[in-house]
Design a protein around this ligand. Sequence first.
Ligand code: F0G
Length: 366
Amino acid sequence: MHSTTTKSQERGGVIERYREFLPVSPSTPVISLGEGNTPLIYSPRLSERVGRGCEVFVKNEGVNPTGSFKDRGMTVAVSKAVERGTRILICASTGNTSASAAAYAARAGISCVVILPAGKIATGKLLQAFAYGAKIVAIEGNFDDALRIVRELGKTGDFAIVNSINPDRIAGQKTAAFEIVDELGDAPDFHLLPVGNAGNITAYWTGYSECRAQESSTKLPAMVGFQATGAAPIFHDRVIEKPETIASAIRIGNPASWKQARAAIAESHGSIDVVNDDAILAAQQWLAQHEGILVEPASAAPIAGFFKWCDSDDAARSFQKIRENCRIVCTVTGHGLKDPDVIIGRMKELKPIAATLKDVRRAIEL
Ligand code: F0G
């Protein structure tokens, strides 16, 4: 799937780069903040960990304009909404969708309503929704309740829903798979990512499938999704009434794209697995301190999952018997600055000392 980029468009967003593969026409107004074209970073340490000549890459979606992968879908969803004459966007969110929707609404000059679970949104994400000027409604309920209400409100015709139940969101997000195929020259063998409402795994699978159909890739990756242990409806194959995890972005008990995620996993011979909160936080810290990539907890789930699969000798779910020279891509979905609370806790250890050379030398243990 080769991008249609010319030199002058390199700074353009995903619609400019991939417009022939997206549901847009020349008359669609392009509402963009320059999203996409994110780094695919080779990780020698992760590659060494899995061994057998395999290569591991981290697709860093945290460097999108509002700090998450949502921007890829939002540019398409908002452009299409504006084309249809929409004046008000609406979404339910665990934080990132609301930040993205609010920003693209601002860019388009239209309004945005976000329905959020009260007290469950990471500080940076809520800050973004405020800063971009969204109308924010906090409910005494979880994300699944918020999405139920948004679906009801959507029926009135007053709002355009920009959650991933909107197919324009999925269309935009599939461009991440296009970029990976363009950069690697083929699809990887495994693609690991966090799963919450299950839109993104659906989008990647759509993107990889289109690449294969267009013969820009020779193969399809196994799609491997990771849920948090306390919020793992797809893994357990049942609705979780009260999902709980430190990874608030994926604190979801009844994913909207459940069926599509199941299909992606089955068709790709992939898998769904769980990682616990301790493993998620350890992986977040590892990625920051070994690769210089600071991600939010939900985004560390596939890294935690990668380690689990390297360390586990369970044959069905393991990289221990992986074929030689495989390529593995892990998508990290959101920037770490969005969700600083756990790390802020650690910052309390910092105590000021006297402003003398002697004291400073002692403090840095020289
Ligand atoms: N990672 C991050 C950082 C997210 O914000 C989300 C979803 C996911 C992973 C999971 O993606 O839902 O497509 O399976 N966040 C949504 C939101 C639910 O409201 O921001 P998914």
